[in-house]
Design a protein around this ligand. Sequence first.
Ligand code: 9YW
Length: 419
Amino acid sequence: MTETLAAADDFSDRDAAARDILTQNDRGGYTVPTDGLYPYQWNWDSAFASLGFAEFDLDRAWQEIETLFSGQWDNGMVPHIIFHKPDPGYFPGPDVWGCNGPIASSGITQPPVALSFATRLLAADPEAGAARFAALYPKMRKWAEWFLKWRRDEKGAIFVIHPWESGRDNAPDWDDAMSGIDPQDVGYYERRDTQHVDASMRPTKYDYDRYIWLVQRAKALDWDDAKVAEGNPFKVADPTMHFILMRGLRDLLAAGEAQDLDTGDMAAQLAELEAGADALWNPGMGYYDSYNCNNGIWSNALSNASFLCWFGGLDAPHMEQHLARVLDAAPYGVPSLAPFDPRFDAKRYWRGPTWGMMNMMIGEGASERGVALGEEVRKRTREVIGRYGFVEYFDPMTGAAAGGKAFTWTAAVWLAWAG
Ligand code: 9YW
């Protein structure tokens, strides 16, 4: 690792290349994650895009988040995909979701990292951003409140009702809940993702049948929050969602106070979420973990989401030894699953690979809480992106590029943090 770092230190051409990717993936007011594979606006990808744009075009950065919120539903939910323009290259498209928000969209959400990143745009130029922030602020609060109302279990942890909601599609965290779904009535459908990238790196047919079955079930219930939650075989308490919402609320509260905006009961909500984080502590394994809300079974998965505790604002000194162990085992950034877990699969999406945007939240969060390894995470992320390109994700053992090319959030992470 030391040798590679020394040899590959000159990445001076990468900033311009990263800016080009953002510009090329710009579809006018919103950015696609990558051309072809993901042709729409994805929620947390857009939040990262806005941070990347903020490095050279703050106005465009605001626009990205404003466009995202133009798809917000009346109940406060901000969809995980907004289908601005039809594109047959992606499945499942608008007809499969059958949603009735202001713009065609999916019916589930994604981690609300946009709450935090909007406050960073404000910090970058408070005078220019004050009015735009104030306009987004009630919408952002409404989204946070929607999470607290519809995605919080009785122990106080935030759960997801679909693997896509967490943004970690095929993580082992969902295996137990997924095994409780019998998708035999799902019907015929044609996947598009495997026409763009190598099928061996993608979720399996077993996964996809259940992803689609869950969408069909919620669509049949007309996306009614209460009905969708009730009796849902898929309800998994998720550290990704919990810690990112905690961070979002904290940032929103601080910015609201600084801007003299109505903060309502956000302070109390934040305190509840902080207390709720205890529910995600797996005492048997000694780390933050996800669990199946329907039966209490832990995933026993030390994932990259486990290390979002610092980003969420916890001190969590007991997580440092786990981070050290994982970084010892994988040289190219924090793997989505610890390499010493038998379920680890170095190339299969959220069951092993390392992701630049997760590394950013882990590294930044750790550094903010005084954990020295945070800087090591940044260096390794810089190394892997600098050497292997702005791809979707990487093999954490070899650094090999994987998934979609010219990827928006990888370029944004380079500009905003790693590069
Ligand atoms: C899908 C766009 C999205 C990300 C998710 C990632 C993947 C697949 O791609 O989802 O079909 O939605 O898992 O986190 O937002 O980059």
